[in-house]
Design a protein around this ligand. Structure first.
Ligand SMILES: Cc1cc2nc3c(=O)[nH]c(=O)nc-3n(C[C@H](O)[C@H](O)[C@H](O)COP(=O)(O)OP(=O)(O)OC[C@H]3O[C@@H](n4cnc5c(N)ncnc54)[C@H](O)[C@@H]3O)c2cc1C
Ligand code: FES
Length: 506
């Protein structure tokens, strides 16, 4: 890798939103509903519950919208790559129809919330497309058009798209939307805080005990009691409910390019690999183009800066790019049976719910989750509750569950046998990381550009898998369930809640 190869920066969204800050929880508190996680799922759920008359508290480990929500491409669309073909295969017509109508309603719901709460989030209605990038993807697009139509979406097929290159076929759904996700979620947080409800930042939750009432404890040891708890931490934080065997974490990369001249008047995504996801963004007189793609499972060796280069190249090849100031990456939970997990945490849970598994489509998915959970906690029927129930039995996904378990077993046992990559910390070049064997086992050693050594245990604090270095973002990532740690061991993404042990190699 060349030393000029660009690595991750902050996201465009986080850099262009006013920083609104919320206090940390510093005293014991009792509320009706405690919500763990301050992304779009947690805060939309909190808002709907507050509107229903409940006292809610959102507990966020870092800052509101600082997780996947601040790093998304923020298309708010019911047409989602080739989702309906996949869902129909696993869940039949009922699953696909429910997902389509819940997703369409979610687009309208986001628009309504933004308008009712007066949130200036650059909301814009645009058509969404899934396009065949080459003739080999035409069948997939055709199948998706048929599955989406059967599910009730008014899609059309066309070979006319707003792309600056010809495509053999695309499926189009009009009247979908895009927005600025951080401004939206900051607006949700402002609407939640006050009148007996709260948003707490820097208030990571270490554990939840389900009971009457439920008890939560923060990493700082402060207790909260709540009648109900919703876990909306992206990957579920608690080691129960078997999510760890039925959901993988997968990353994708995004670049934001300043562009001269026209950008596509639509949101587009290719119907297969290599994924290229595009959307425009306007900021004053400036035209921006976001290009996403290059996905892989978290903790895999492919987390390289070259991922950004591939997206840069695509943008420059097809558009008149001025510069590319932003490059970032994030991840989402990918359920083995392709539907989000929304509802009771385990089959026996009465007061503990989860919202997760949005498969890189959480702007609508999280909004569906908020509706389903609000109905459940206020005693109303929801027509989709059974479809999204986390404890559904999708027998046909069993091979996928076995595959996920095999993957975890390999990283728990097999990887421990791989040799160390450097004999000592002295051999680690500046800006790079190596695995060094020491008396304490394997140590992850990163030498920063200034020459200082950062050494941490390589055992994930979640369930002990061996971490891999992510060279694109300079972090230690877990291949088992997607936890991520910075080079000093602080948690960047869960399900882990505790930092890595630091190692002193001298
Ligand atoms: C590259 C990429 C592009 C995407 N583009 C789109 C798109 O165009 N359209 C779309 O619909 N979806 C998209 N998605 C998916 C979407 O971004 C996610 O589904 C959505 O943001 C998930 O929201 P969330 O609230 O579940 O998670 P998050 O936003 O990650 O929020 C979870 C929060 O929980 C907090 N947390 C974690 N552990 C704890 C703890 N122990 N205590 C307290 N807080 C904790 C985290 O800090 C975090 O802030 C994309 C995903 C990726 C990877
Ligand atoms: S995230 Fe589960 S073992 Fe690392």
């Amino acid at each position: 890798m060349s030393t000029d190869t660009p690595r991750a920066t902050e996201s465009l969204w986080l850099d262009t939103a006013e920083a609104t800050r919320h206090p940390a929880l510093d005293r014991e508190l009792e509320v009706d509903v405690a919500i763990v996680g301050g992304g779009i799922a947690g805060l939309t759920t909190a808002l709907l519950l507050k509107r229903a008359g409940m006292r809610v508290a959102v507990l966020e480990r870092r800052t509101v919208a600082g997780g996947a929500t601040g790093l998304t491409t923020a298309k708010v669309s019911a047409l989602q790559e080739v989702k309906y073909s996949e869902i129909a295969k696993l869940h039949g017509e009922r699953g696909a129809t429910a997902y389509a109508s819940a997703s369409l309603a979610a687009v309208d719901r986001v628009e309504r919330i933004a308008s009712e709460e007066g949130i200036d989030c650059a909301w814009e209605r645009l058509p969404a497309y899934t396009y065949a990038a080459h003739p080999g993807q035409v069948d997939a697009v055709q199948r998706e058009a048929e599955a989406a139509l059967a599910a009730g979406l008014p899609v059309t097929t066309t070979s006319e798209t707003p792309l600056p290159f010809a495509v053999p076929l695309a499926v189009r759904l009009d009247d979908q939307a895009q927005f600025h996700p951080v401004r939206y979620v900051d607006g949700l947080a402002a609407a939640v805080a006050g009148d007996g409800s709260h948003v707490f930042e820097h208030s990571g939750v270490a554990g939840v005990h389900e009971g009457s009432p439920c008890r939560l404890r923060t990493l700082d040891g402060i207790a909260m009691t709540a009648r109900e708890v919703v876990v909306a931490t992206n990957y579920p934080l608690l080691d129960r409910g078997l999510f760890f065997a039925r959901m993988e974490a997968a990353r994708s990369y995004v670049v934001a390019a300043r562009v001269r001249g026209p950008v596509p008047e639509g949101m587009l995504i290719s119907a297969g690999s290599p994924t290229r996801s595009l959307r425009p963004h306007r900021d004053g007189d400036e035209q921006w183009l976001l290009v996403g793609g290059e996905g892989h499972l978290t903790g895999a060796d492919e987390a390289e800066p070259e991922r950004f280069e591939q997206l840069d190249r695509f943008a420059r090849e097809h558009f008149d790019v001025v510069d590319i100031p932003y490059r970032w990456s994030t991840q989402d939970g990918m359920p083995t049976d392709k539907l989000p997990y929304i509802g009771p945490y385990t089959p026996l849970s009465s007061h503990l719910c989860v919202a997760s598994g949005f498969q890189k489509w959480g702007m609508t998915g999280a909004t569906i989750a908020a509706e389903v959970l609000c109905d459940r906690l206020t005693g109303r029927d929801n027509p989709y509750a059974d479809v999204f129930d986390p404890n559904r039995l999708t027998v046909r996904s069993a091979p996928e569950v076995a595959k996920a378990q095999w993957w975890v077993a390999r990283h728990l046992v097999g990887d421990r046998l791989t040799p160390a990559e450097a004999g000592s910390a002295d051999e680690v070049p500046a800006g790079e990381a190596r695995v060094v064997r020491s008396g304490l086992g394997k140590v992850g050693v990163y030498r920063d550009d200034g020459g200082a050594v950062h050494a941490v245990s390589l055992r994930c604090t979640h369930l002990g898998c061996l971490l891999h270095f992510n060279d694109a973002e300079r972090s230690w990532d877990c291949p088992c369930h997607g936890s991520r740690f910075d080079v000093d061991g602080e948690v960047l993404a869960g399900p882990a809640v505790h930092p890595l042990a630091r190692r002193d190699l001298h």
